[in-house]
Design a protein around this ligand. Structure first.
Ligand code: ADP
Length: 887
């Protein structure tokens, strides 16, 4: 910026519409109007030495406000003192038509001389119009003496409004000026720091503040803000440096304030965003303050409670030490710290475990125990006997570590309820731990605490739940544990059941030994065979084979029906299920060894009856009134004579209600109701007859986890290449049995009269397909050998087998019938299914003693030594081909 500028007396004037160029400001404009283009061309572009031009603000007529000195063309207004004359003197003559447009403009009488810092010329296509882009720098103020138009653009006679150096020096001595300039600099400095802080710019502006004279700085600063045209004009008009400084200070200050307000608002918004962070910080501070003050906060209260709980847990000394160490560590931790919660949960477990707490054992009265078992369970004489023996030993030697009882049998035969009966006979608490599907050793022993989400094993968890150290613990479905890569749960169980080791059972999570020796373990399993031998060795297996229909009927009448009625808020006054109907349910709707689905069906009947009662189908209002208790009568009569619904007071139990609504006659379940509720019968005695109506089907007896079952074997033949197809979820053993059966039949084809002559290939041009229906049930085991042969013989001979005869037995390649397992279950299953004759391997005769005599009385048992014996019995009228046989 030049220190002093020699202004010519006349300047070409470039009008700035509603805009002011202040000295020190730099502006980039584009000139497109013919007048301005001409001006730039002549005054700047074509000149060798770039000259100066005058920038004069003009204002639209509509925007004129009588505040600023405005002049009209030809009328020179000059100097400050003349301003008053021009103010308000706006008449039509002062207006000028610019650019031949509609608008009339007014020239300001003060402007700023400017020089071009940069010029560029452009030609618009296709019009060929010339335009200029000019970068102008404002230099100094001037006043217009006279404005005239030369050709296309205006020129003006001007006089400089800048002070001379001596004048300026004088002003600079003026104390007012000094004060004003100090004030301005301070404000400007503040603004710069705020801006620098915000934009992180360097200190260039500060340098400017120190080097440029203050009266010029005022212009430069104001030029950089966005202020109104009026304010720009008044700044331009501030020729006196003092006035200029005070105005600039005011504007800079205003700008500063607006920046501050904006900043405050953003801070507020940001503050809301980080509210949670702030909260966290405050909480931390609060904690620190409380610590300083020695105040207990909630967490500490909690920890104190935990400590009290730990103290009352009666832990053994060494475990208490360990726990206390852990507690000390926990106290030093912050609740937000990782590990705090897991450490706390661990201590809670230690405090919750029943280290010494035991339920007081009753003086064992064997007779009472027997009565208890009898009242809970029908039948099961041998089982109950064995339990009583077990209890007797315990009575004589309370710390005797007898074998673990293991109830083995199909579902629903009362294994679980027997175990809980043992608990109540001993006056101990009962806890059931399900081991079904447990493949991970950690399920028994827990996960080490180093793992995320680690937990204690099921045993420790069970003990925590039951809260005594001497419960009866039922290890349910112990045969369903398996082993895989995650370890062997069975070996962990071995430790649990071993009296030598279970005194110091080590759960990985707990990490301190726990004494399990006071726990009475009882196990259940569907089958004994999958239980690993070492485990089985520790247990005494008590088999519960399943019930005969007669037993089921008794169980239903004595135990299930009263229980089911009670569960549904009914009594025998409401619902009666006659024996005949229970029998119907047993025969038509259940085919199980236990009584679970029978209980379910009875419950369905009770539900249906409950609905009827609830619908008040059975409640004759007028008859019941005299029986009702007083408050109910009041309720009933309060609303008028006829009350459809009433509010039954809380606390009146179901039995009360049933008594209240005494009914004239109970609902008696009949066939129609059974059919309505349970649907048409699922099983009828005709199944076997229907299934064996065609040759090629035989009736076998198999053993599954659900007990014994009747299994049909279907064989058929079709054109093919002599292949054997087998379907129906079969294991390898059964596939081999089928091969053996086919080979045997082929080898005996002639003897059995299946082929005309020896040596004829039975499979010539045909395939055999053997199917074991009920595809969803996996089958394995060799006991289907005789059944397979019978089916094949029936197929080839086209003779039907007897529908009342079922069979089981393994067969050797040479036709010997070998004994098989599960005879009792199989016979019971045959009995359930209405089979009248059962063919068994001769060597299984010894197993018949286990079968209830009531069942045997209804069955004809046929013993077979060789396959031919089986065939002899399986077909109507014996085996007609036997006479041809050489065997
Ligand atoms: P499991 O454990 O063998 O699968 P549950 O013990 O759960 O069978 O018995 C199923 C239901 O049958 C229980 O309600 C049980 O009381 C009842 N139950 C089984 N056998 C008898 C029985 N002999 N006498 C009375 N109720 C029995």
């Amino acid at each position: 910026m030049a220190e002093s500028i020699d202004l010519p007396s006349r300047l070409a004037i470039l009008p700035f519409r509603n805009k002011v160029l202040l000295p020190g400001a730099i502006i980039r404009i584009r000139c497109t109007s013919p007048a301005s283009v001409k001006l730039v061309e002549q005054e700047l572009w074509q000149r060798e030495e770039k000259g100066l031009i005058g920038i004069l603000p003009v204002r639209d007529a509509a925007e004129i406000k009588p505040v600023a000195p405005i002049m009209s063309q030809g009328e020179g207004t000059d100097s400050l003192d003349q301003r008053s004359k021009v103010q308000g003197g706006l008449s039509d003559s002062h207006k000028l038509d610019v650019k031949n447009q509609h608008d009339v403009v007014h020239w300001h009488n003060r402007g700023v001389a400017a020089r071009a810092l940069h010029l560029s010329r452009g030609v618009e296509k296709p019009s060929g119009r010339v335009t200029y882009i000019v970068v102008l720098e404002g230099l100094c103020r001037f006043s217009v003496q006279e404005l005239s138009k030369r050709g296309t653009y205006h020129t003006a006679r001007i006089s400089s409004l800048e002070m001379t150096r001596t004048e300026m020096e004088q002003v600079e001595q003026d104390p007012d000026f000094i004060m004003l300039s100090r004030q301005f600099k301070a404000t400007a400095m503040e603004l710069i720091s705020v801006l620098e802080q915000k934009q992180k710019t360097g200190g260039r502006t500060k340098v400017l503040l120190e080097t440029v004279p203050v009266h010029k700085l005022a212009d430069i600063f104001v030029a950089s803000f966005e202020i109104s045209f009026e304010e720009q004009l008044s700044m331009l008009d501030s020729v006196d440096p003092k006035v200029r400084l005070s105005k600039a200070t005011e504007l800079v200050d205003r700008h500063l304030q607006s920046i501050r307000v904006a900043e405050k608002i953003t801070q507020k918004v940001e503050g809301q965003l980080s509210k949670s962070q702030k909260e966290f910080l405050l909480r931390q501070q609060m904690r620190a303050i409380k610590e300083e003050l020695g105040d207990n906060d909630d967490d500490e209260d909690d920890l104190a409670a935990l400590e009290r709980k730990m103290q009352s847990a009666e832990m053994p000394q060494n475990i208490w030490k360990h726990a206390h160490r852990e507690l000390r560590r926990l106290k030093k931790m912050q609740p937000q710290q990782p590990g705090y919660n897991s450490s706390r949960a661990y201590l809670e477990l230690l405090a919750d475990l029943p280290w010494q707490k035991a339920s007081k054992e009753l003086e064992l009265d064997l007779r009472a125990a027997q009565e208890h078992l009898d009242s809970d369970h029908y039948g099961l004489v041998k089982v109950k006997q064995r339990i009583i023996e077990y209890l007797a030993v315990r009575k004589l030697k309370p710390d005797a570590r007898g074998l673990v009882l293991c109830f083995v049998g199909p579902p629903g035969v009362g294994k679980t309820s027997l175990a809980s009966s043992i608990a109540s006979a001993l006056g101990r608490k009962f806890v059931r731990i399900s081991l079904g599907g447990v493949k991970d050793e950690a399920d028994i022993r827990g996960h080490r605490r180093t793992y995320i989400g680690s937990m204690p094993g099921r045993l420790i968890d069970g003990l925590k739940r039951v809260a005594v150290c001497n419960p009866v613990m039922l290890l349910d479905e112990i045969d369903k544990t398996g082993s895989d890569v995650r370890g062997d749960p069975a070996s962990a169980l071995l430790e649990v059941l071993d009296p030598e080791q279970n005194k110091t059972f080590n759960d990985h999570y707990l990490n301190v030994p726990f004494d399990l020796s006071k726990v009475i373990f009882v196990a259940t399993a569907n089958r004994a065979q999958p239980i690993p031998p070492p485990l089985l060795d520790r247990m005494e297996v008590i088999e519960l084979p399943g019930y005969t229909p007669e037993e089921k009927l008794k169980i239903a009448m004595r135990h299930l029906i009263p229980r089911v009625l009670d569960q549904h808020g009914l009594s025998s006054e409401f619902l009666q299920i006659p024996e005949g109907m229970v029998q119907l349910v047993i025969q038509g709707y259940t085919r199980e060894a236990g009584v679970r689905s029978l209980e379910r069906n009875l419950a369905a009947l009770a539900r249906a009856a409950a609905v009827r009662v609830a619908e008040q189908e059975l409640v004759p209002l007028n008859k019941g009134v005299q029986e009702l208790s007083a408050p109910l009568i009041e309720n009933r009569l309060a609303g008028g004579a006829e009350v459809e619904m009433e509010v039954i007071p809380m606390g009146v139990n179901n039995r009360h209600i049933s008594n209240t609504f005494r009914i004239t006659s109970p609902l008696v379940v009949d066939e129609a109701m059974i059919e309505k509720v349970l649907g048409p019968p699922k099983f009828d005695g005709r199944e076997a007859a229907d299934r064996v109506a065609n040759p090629g089907v035989s009736v076998g007896l198999v053993w599954t986890t659900f007990g014994g079952e009747v299994q049909f074997v279907e064989a058929t033949t079709m054109a093919g290449k002599g292949e054997l197809h087998l379907t129906g979820q079969l294991g390898d053993v059964i596939k081999e049995s089928a091969q053996i059966a086919l080979t045997w039949v082929r080898a005996r084809a002639a003897e059995l009269g299946l082929a005309a002559a020896e040596g004829i290939n039975l499979l010539e041009g045909r395939d055999i397909h053997i199917h074991f229906p009920a595809g969803a049930v996996p089958k394995d085991g060799p006991s289907a050998g005789v059944t397979l042969v019978t089916a094949l013989v029936s197929l080839f001979s086209q003779k039907r087998v007897r529908s009342d005869t079922a069979m089981t037995g393994e067969m050797t390649l040479r036709g010997l019938v070998l004994p098989v397992g599960g005879i009792k279950d199989k016979i019971l299953a045959a009995h359930r299914c209405g089979i009248k004759r059962v063919i068994l391997p001769e060597r299984n005769m010894k197993d018949l003693v286990e079968v209830p005599s009531s069942v045997l009385a209804n069955l004809e048992i046929l013993l077979a030594k060789r396959m031919e014996d089986v065939l002899e019995q399986a077909f109507d009228g014996g085996c007609p081909w036997r006479q041809h046989s050489k065997l």
